[in-house]
Design a protein around this ligand. Structure first.
Ligand code: ADP
Length: 469
């Protein structure tokens, strides 16, 4: 069985959020389980592509409407990531110093067309094509409806929705950019008057998955306009919880950490990481440290952070640290807050992979007051690193974190996304931290919870098998 994943992001080549982590890990586990899984992604102009060596294995041209663009398929020469990785280089469109921007429509259309043009030349076609989010959402349509790709028509396709908020809409005035198809079937790409790649993928893919079971149920009620479609297609929809890359996210071997540790050495190990964090960001090591890592967007509850932190930090016995970026207004407010709470609050506005790893290993609690959380990886990294998650019970957070008030519970959960609900959850965290015996016991327990990809990778394999019988 040969599974070909197509995605806009893949760790470690290009990462904006969880999509990269998933696409960088799932194929590795599928290969380990004895199947052949590979990834096709765009070739961006970033630190990774500048510093690594690549070989060109295929050259051709693609058409976006009447315009012709040369493209190359490259492989990474020293790949040791556990799967074959292929990068689509369309110099004029994809080779940019960003992943997403205003020109996504043309760029990702070019990516999809180039990938399919290349796939047509393969002797061994994929057993299943697995696409991820709207950036690759027109592939099932093109495979089944465009005459150019008739040879790929019968290959099963699976769509995984990592985030349904973003759908890649564009105007029908650009329909000419899509390779020729029978216009009577234009409804398969349309959703309420626009071309909607995510909606099209839901309609045309053989199976649709979401990254957690709860998110699938939630999307039937709120999916940024796609609720009805998901309900109508529910027979082919299933939620499969993401795993985490057990090899990359391992406090015993993580090269980013100041000190590595295991369950047995967690106290000492986490102390060293917390001390480094606190000394670098002028925070008091003795106080419980609550941290947030992520995109500063409404889905993560980020607009509430300035007011919430201001309220929570009236209590001088706690510290808060934030690592994130994404909204100019919120960023400015979070920076302004620094002068009012020197010594108990700090923020790094930007993206820093190493710092993120140290925060999981050094903070006592990880905050995730999300309004929407398809799966959420941070809480699973927090668990593995022994940092207690404080989460809003939604989506994947609901599926992975149980409140300490329940039997066997190990996290702090809240129902609402309000300044007071988040502050109260932080207060509960502070109380738990005061009871060091209980806190340490929970910490050891959560480090033993296994969220590796093993089980979920097999769930996907079983799904592919059901399509290839
Ligand atoms: P989403 O995909 O919605 O952004 P996830 O929880 O699924 O959220 O995944 C977020 C991933 O991105 C995690 O690996 C997290 O550590 C990482 N991340 C997010 N923001 C930052 C940042 N500013 N610096 C470093 N890592 C970040």
């Amino acid at each position: 069985m040969k599974i070909t994943h197509l995605s806009a992001e893949c760790y470690p080549v290009a990462k904006v959020g969880g999509l990269a982590d998933v696409v960088g890990a799932l194929p590795k586990y599928q290969n380990d389980a004895g199947f052949t899984a590979e990834v096709i992604m765009p070739f961006y102009d970033n630190k990774f592509t500048q510093s690594e060596e690549f070989s060109v294995i295929f050259k051709s041209k693609l058409n976006l409407g009447k315009q012709e663009f040369p493209f190359e398929i490259k492989t990474w020469n020293h790949s040791n990531i556990g799967f074959n990785l292929y990068l689509v280089d369309v110099p004029e469109l994809l080779f940019k110093d960003y992943v997403y921007s205003m020109d996504d429509t043309d760029r990702f259309l070019a990516f999809q067309i180039a990938a399919l043009n290349w796939m047509l030349t393969w002797d061994e076609k994929p057993t299943t094509v697995h696409i991820h989010d709207h950036h690759t959402g027109l592939i099932p349509f093109m495979m089944t409806q465009c005459s150019d790709y008739a040879a790929l028509k019968n290959i099963p396709t699976v769509l995984t929705i990592h985030n349904a908020q973003y759908q890649g809409w564009f105007s029908h005035s650009k329909v000419g950019l899509i390779p020729e198809f029978n216009f009577a079937n234009v409804g398969l790409i349309d959703w309420f008057g626009n071309i909607n790649p995510l909606a099209s993928a839901i309609k045309c893919a053989w199976k649709v998955t979401t990254v957690s079971p709860s998110y699938m149920e939630e999307l039937k009620k709120a999916a940024n306009g796609l609720e009805g479609l998901l309900s109508a297609e529910s027979a082919k929809c299933v939620g499969i919880l993401n795993g985490i890359d057990w090899g990359v996210w391992n406090p015993e071997t993580d090269a980013y950490l100041v000190e590595n540790y295991s369950i047995n050495t967690v106290e000492k190990g986490r102390e060293v990481n917390k001390k480094w964090l606190c000394s670098r960001y002028n925070l008091n090591f003795e106080k419980p440290l609550f941290a947030f890592i992520g995109r500063l967007v409404g889905e993560k509850g980020a607009d509430l952070f300035p007011k919430t932190f201001e309220k929570a930090l009236q209590n001088e016995n706690i510290s808060i640290f934030l690592l994130g970026s994404g909204n100019d207004v919120v960023e400015a407010q979070l920076i302004a807050l620094k002068k009012d709470f020197e010594g108990t609050y700090n923020a790094f506005i930007g993206y820093d992979e190493k710092l993120a790893h140290i925060v999981y290993a050094g903070a006592d609690f990880i905050l995730m007051p999300s309004r929407v959380e398809p799966c959420g990886l941070n809480q699973m990294y927090a668990l593995r690193y022994g940092s207690i998650p404080i989460v809003r019970s939604i989506g994947g957070l609901k599926d992975t974190v149980t409140d300490i008030s329940e039997k066997g519970g190990f996290g702090i959960c809240h129902e609402e996304v309000t300044v007071s609900a988040i502050t109260e959850a932080i207060e509960r965290g502070e109380k738990l931290f005061e009871n060091q015996e209980k806190y340490q016991k929970i910490r050891k327990k959560i480090m033993g919870i296994n969220h590796s990809w093993d089980a979920s990778a097999l769930a996907y394999i079983n799904l592919y098998k059901s399509l290839n019988q």
